[in-house]
Every structure is written in C-alpha cells, then in structure tokens.
Design a protein around this ligand. Structure first.
Ligand SMILES: Cc1cc2nc3c(=O)[nH]c(=O)nc-3n(C[C@H](O)[C@H](O)[C@H](O)COP(=O)(O)O)c2cc1C
Ligand SMILES: CCCCCCC(=O)C(=O)O
Length: 375
C-alpha cells in the first residue's frame, strides 16, 4: 500500500518536468525528428489522437468535502494479485530507439513502485532479459503471428519466465495509415530495435529464407500482419496457456460481450493511442458503455490519453479497474533514461494521490463512486 507518507516517493534532486506538455516538448528536442514523430503521431488526420486527450476535459468530477482523507489506499487486486496502485505501463515497442537501455530502464523504474510492466512483442530485448532485470509483475503483449509455432513459442517463453498475463492486442491486425511515418519513410523496425524477442526465437528464425537483418524485419512485419485474426483464435490461445488472457483494443460493448463469451479474463478499452484507426471514438467515451456491459464480471482496463493523475482518476470514476500509461513514460525515457521514468512515475503517483484526497476518496473502490458529469 502506498500512503501519504510513503518511502517510495522519489526525492527530486534535479529539476524534472512535471507537466506532460513539457515532457513532450523536451523529448521533441532530444530525439531525432522521425523517431519523435513515430512516438507522437497518430493515424490519418490524427483526429482521434487529438480527441483522446481533449475529451478528458469534458468529464468533470464533483468532489466530496469534509471526509477523513488522511489515509489513502491506492491498492487494487487484479487477477488475484495485490498491486499498490491501479497504474500499469502500456506495451510500447522498439524502446531502444529512445534510449539504449530501452525496456530494461523502464522495467527497473517501474520496479521502484511495483508497477506491472507489459513487454511488447516488438521489444528491444528478449523476454528472458527483461524478466531478469527486475522483480515487479510482468505481462506479455502478444502480436499474433500467422506462424502458430512462433505465437505459442512466445507465449511459452513468457510463461516460463514467470510473466503473469498475456495481453493480446487485437486492433493491429495491420499497421494503421500513419502519414507521418510514411512521409519520413520511417519503419520502426528498420533500425533493428524491435526484434529482441524474435532474434532468439528458433521457430521464427528457422522460418526465414536467410538470416539477414532485412529478412528478419520482413519476417516480423509479415508475421504480425494478420487480418484473419478472429474470435476462434482466442479459443486456441486459451488451450495453450493458463495465464489470464486480456484483450487490448476493445471499443464496442458488443465486442466486450463477445470477449466475455469467449472466456477472456480481462479487456483493455483502447484505441491504441489513436495510432491505428482515425475517426473513431475517443477511448474515454467508449469506457462507460463497456463498463456497463461487462457489469463487473471481468476487469476493465483503460488506455489512450492518460497524461496525468487527474486523467487516471477520471477513468476510474468512469468504471476502469486500472489504467495504462503510454506516451508520457516514453518521453520521460527519452529525457532522463531510467531515472527520468522513475521521476515521472513518482510524480504521477503523487499527483494521482493528491487528486484522490481532494475528491474526498480514500480507496479505489470509493474512487469508482466519484460523481462525474459530462459537459
Ligand atoms: C511508440 C509507441 C509504440 C507502441 N507499441 C505498442 C506495441 O508494441 N504493442 C501494443 O499493443 N501497443 C503499442 N502501443 C500502444 C500503447 O500500448 C497504448 O495503447 C497507447 O500508447 C495509449 O495511448 P497514449 O500513449 O496516448 O495514452 C504503442 C504506442 C506508442 C506511442
Ligand atoms: C511493423 C511494426 C509494428 C510496430 C508496432 C508497434 C505499435 O504497436 C505501434 O503502435 O507503433
């Protein structure tokens, strides 16, 4: 449990930006233009990307006063595990292009607060390297490969390494129309930073015609371009693992109900940070109807647009059981490496806690009862 006098709060020795807008601005000056643009940008005209953020401002909480908020318990129980806060690090691929230590820096920073880290299929490091780097909970994000040996090999490796859940991303059966990356001629895999898992995957390597870097990149792109992924594959996955299966990318209440029907253990309401399909519902607007449809039967997680503690609390007030943080930790990594991510997370947790105190809630259960109105 983290409380108001917690030892985990990192003391700021150097001035690290507090505002998300500053993180973004400084990262822009720190990173190569095409790398920053890959992280920052969204699909097509980027309307959904913009709305993910601006829509949060349309939801307004109504605080309760004169309640005893001297002890704040931010902990939750998720998939049978006690976690100190409802905050989780979203899966983000190719992190080495931002910082040499990539995933290893992020997972170690997250360990300070015992936050779960979700390792991407296109991670810069292997599952085994990440698993050994820290002791906090780890989940594995799966991009389904059309080569089933490759898919289940990754799942097995995650299981062997002690990962605690499989997050199957279902909104990326082909890569979104990312005009900014097309403009820069930029492929996130081209620099070799997204093959940490695959380069030690014997099933994948043996499927390549030759062992060159280009063949490997083409192989990865080919493998994760899989528009024929469908509900039946969930049945296959369930047979292959006893880890909880979480579907990432649900936006329609009927898909949430199908997820229930197919026996998944959790869902993530997400539009992939506006990076996949433009002109779709901002994630936060999709959340209430999905929470209603799921009706507490499985955990509903949320991402896309979480920038500060205030946003996280709003998502919880709208019914999310936990929230995933994405771009803000990537910018922090760019600016300050492992220590930058640690500072950012420390600030975020304090911000979240301050917001709980001032809305008059002591626990996440109470936070779910916060009255929230939409403009
Ligand atoms: C640079 C970058 C890489 C990402 N890579 C992955 C990935 O490998 N797998 C995945 O499921 N989602 C990936 N995502 C999406 C995030 O998990 C998350 O859904 C998104 O960042 C949420 O939006 P936000 O960062 O604007 O809050 C990536 C996002 C970014 C910004
Ligand atoms: C073919 C490269 C796939 C990278 C996928 C990473 C990701 O999900 C993203 O949003 O970017």
């Amino acid at each position: 449990m983290l409380n108001t006098s917690n030892d985990n709060i990192v003391q700021t020795t150097t001035k690290f930006p507090y505002r998300f807008e500053d993180l973004e601005r400084i990262a822009k000056h720190t990173l190569a233009e095409n790398v920053f643009s890959y992280i920052y940008s969204g699909a097509s005209a980027e309307n959904t990307l913009q709305k993910n953020n601006s829509t949060f401002h349309k939801y307004n909480m109504i605080p309760r006063l004169l309640r005893d908020v001297s002890k704040i318990d931010m902990s939750i129980n998720l998939f049978g595990k006690q976690l100190p806060t409802p905050l989780i690090l979203a899966p983000v691929g190719v992190l080495k292009m931002v910082n040499e230590m990539g995933d290893l820096a992020v997972v170690k920073a997250a360990e300070t607060f015992n936050l779960p880290f979700i390792q991407s299929t296109v991670s810069s490091f292997s599952i085994e390297e990440v698993s050994q780097a820290s002791s906090n909970p780890k989940w594995f994000q799966l991009y389904w490969s059309k080569n089933l040996d490759v898919t289940f090999n990754m799942v097995n490796r995650a299981e062997q390494a002690g990962y605690e859940a499989i997050v199957l991303t279902i909104d990326t059966v082909t890569l979104g129309w990312r005009e900014s990356d097309l403009h820069h001629g930029f492929s996130p895999l081209a620099n070799g930073y997204g093959q940490g898992i695959w380069e030690s995957d014997t099933a994948f390597l043996s499927s390549l015609r030759d062992g060159s870097q280009n063949a490997m990149i083409e192989g990865i792109i080919d493998n994760i371009n899989f528009p024929s992924l469908q509900w039946q594959h969930i049945v296959e996955l369930k047979k292959r693992t006893h880890l909880p299966i979480i579907l990432k990318g649900i936006l329609h209440p009927d898909d949430a109900l199908l997820a229930l029907q197919y026996g998944v253990d959790g869902i993530i309401v997400s539009n992939h940070g506006g990076r996949q399909l433009d002109g779709i519902i901002p994630s936060i607007n999709a959340l209430p109807a999905i929470v209603k449809a799921i009706d507490g039967k499985i955990p509903v997680l949320f991402d896309s647009g979480i920038r500060r503690g205030n946003d996280a609390l709003k998502a919880i007030a709208l019914g999310a059981d936990a929230v995933l943080i994405g771009r803000p930790f990537v910018y922090s990594l760019a600016i300050g490496g492992e220590e930058g991510v640690r500072q950012f997370l420390s600030n975020f947790i304090q911000d979240f806690q301050t917001n709980m105190i001032l809305t008059g809630v002591c626990s996440i259960k109470e936070a779910k009862e916060i009255h929230i109105v939409r403009e």
